[in-house]
Design a protein around this ligand. Sequence first.
Ligand SMILES: Cc1ncc(COP(=O)(O)O)c(C=O)c1O
Length: 389
Amino acid sequence: MKYDFNEIVPRRGTDCIKWDSCDDPDMLPLWVADMDFRAAPFIIEAMQRRLNHGVFGYVKVPESYYESVIRWFARRHGWQIQREHMLYTIGVVPAIAAILQSITHPGDKVIVQTPVYNCFYSCLRDAGNVLVENPLVYENNYYRIDFEDFERKIISEQPKAFLLCNPHNPAGRVWTSDELTRLGEICIRHNVFVISDEIHNELVMPGYHYTPFASISSEFAENSAVCISASKSFNIAGLQLANIICSRERVRVLIDKGININETCDVNPFGIVATKAAYSEEGEEWLRQLMEYVHSNYEFLCQYLADNLPQVSVTRLEGTYLAWLDCSALGIPSLELGHLLQQKIHVWFTPGHEYSTSENYFLRVNLACPNATLRLALRKFCTFLKENH
Ligand SMILES: Cc1ncc(COP(=O)(O)O)c(C=O)c1O
């Protein structure tokens, strides 16, 4: 491997949410979805060149930025994005917020597949939308879609939009083209607009394949707004840049207005240079090595639990670096278990409750850290539960 993901980069005291959000100096945080790895050297070099210029005034997003994004998605994912269909804003969550505010009214319903990324709930709440749940079906440590329930709920509840997570956090699924096609056809049949959050798109395990929702057909492109960013895959979320791809002009104009109303239309120069550097041949190689490392952490986790705490099982991880641990055999609700681990062994996993409308028995574990960090957290976790259960 050319890149060293084993290196421990100290992050405490760098004003980072993951390590600096709690006063406990011994806390080992494997919660929020950012990585403990340094950004790729070619990204840092590109940012350094920009930094050396020394002037950081307002930014005009250059054509070369759009070209990098378009080239990347065409080459890697066979998705031909049209330049005029692209909008930008300061993040995927602000993008979702702007889309919901633009295409729905307070009181309108929006369907989501639960459990799901916690900010989906807050975005819906803040837009005054009413949540309609299409719960994912969990069987044998694997999530699948209940298409009948999806269509039935759409017919009975008449949601305006479907907020899709592709790949899915925290279920770990990379939806197949067939699954997305079935969902998209149901939405077209019943006039439901699709908002697809594809921030985890590059974080796919070996053997799985990400399909951009809008790449499936021109009808799907016309009936969707897709949110993308290099932020999650290249660990540059703090640089705050994301794109919305929307073919339908009338909707795109509304979203553009929404972004301006929210005053989230000014991005920073580092997001642009970092994304351009990421979306390169070197970026592809870095990602390949990253996912190899994350995959080996995932295999390590599965084996470690099988050997030391077999009553906790791991949901099959097809994409994202977020493992989803089924702790139901322990019988401790996730919030209580999460608190217990923080207090007793100084390990911070995210309680599954954050991703659901009701309590559950899952913990989400961030695998994007050096193996030594994961190993330490797992050792504490298993020892504690073995001694106390
Ligand atoms: C599904 C999903 N969407 C969006 C985000 C955050 O997006 P941003 O930081 O660009 O607002 C996350 C972060 O974990 C996520 O998991």
